[in-house]
Design a protein around this ligand. Structure first.
Ligand SMILES: [Zn+2]
Length: 267
């Protein structure tokens, strides 16, 4: 007789595994503070991703150390929390006006705790009641309305990313900061986007890394961001967070912080 797992014993097995994992001390989540043996992989981890993405040197999430097994935060949230702490950004968010696209849950909670004067969360397809329906290519807010815009892991999904960048720039105040974390391939000079050839989920996963990505950015991503008017600073993990062991804290040491500033002179 075949063993047929039920929802109940699947849940039990998971709980036991998580409990055993929690006995470890080698990894630590900076969001929930728990320690354990290993983070959870995303879709089978790095080895499940295509040779093309490996060869082009994908820089984005760490697929081998993706979810915290306890609070389920993503590696990119952990990395942002570490960067923001180091750069003393939480204090600056107090009383500020903030627009947050595709809001990461734990990052959003941390921002709310800073008591911003205005905090708008938006998504093209809102999954929660506190998130507005917002199109990043047509933002229904006045120019210079926000001190901060967070728009992480969004541009690679947006067909007209140049328009999205122009809109983010428009709604920022002069001197305002946009954080635009975006996966790219450091070995690729020019962005790969070919909707005529790369036209199935399988091909998009192979070449873009995910079925709902519309391109694989190359190093010209930086010029695209600057082309919208931003001053772009890529803050490297090694320089900004030298005391943070990326492997222990489950973040990708190759992923820089995309710090995009609207120049003060642009009024
Ligand atoms: Zn956690």
């Amino acid at each position: 007789m075949l063993y047929q797992p039920t929802q109940d014993n699947i849940g039990f097995v998971r709980k036991v595994r998580r409990g055993l994992n929690g006995l470890g001390r080698s990894k630590k989540c900076c969001v929930c503070g728990k320690t354990f043996f290993r983070f959870s992989k995303y879709r089978g981890g790095w080895k499940a991703f295509s040779a093309y993405l490996h060869n082009q040197k994908w820089v984005g999430s760490d697929f081998d150390q993706f979810w915290c097994p306890f609070c389920r935060c993503h590696d990119r949230e952990r990395h942002l929390l570490l960067f923001f702490g180091k750069l003393d950004y939480w204090k600056k968010m107090s009383g500020a006006s903030i627009l947050h696209f595709a809001p990461e849950k734990r990052l959003a909670s941390r921002i709310e705790a800073c008591r911003p004067a205005r905090y708008v969360k938006g998504d093209l397809v809102p999954a929660r009641g506190d998130v507005e329906r917002l199109d990043v290519t047509d933002i229904p807010y006045a120019a210079a309305a926000f001190d901060w815009v967070f728009c992480n892991h969004v541009l690679e999904h947006v067909p007209d990313d140049a328009k999205a960048l122009r809109e983010i720039y428009r709604v920022l105040k002069p001197g305002g900061i946009a954080i635009l974390q975006t996966p790219y391939a450091s070995g690729l000079e020019k962005t790969l986007e070919d909707p005529a050839e790369i036209d199935t989920d399988e091909k998009r996963i192979e070449f873009y890394g995910q079925e709902d990505h519309v391109r694989l950015y190359g190093r010209d991503l930086f010029e695209r961001i600057r082309g919208a008017g931003f001053t772009l600073q890529l803050k490297k993990h090694a320089e900004c967070l030298p005391e943070i062991d990326a492997s222990r804290f489950g973040v990708n040491r190759e992923e820089p912080l995309f710090l995009c500033v609207k120049p003060q002179t642009d009024v």
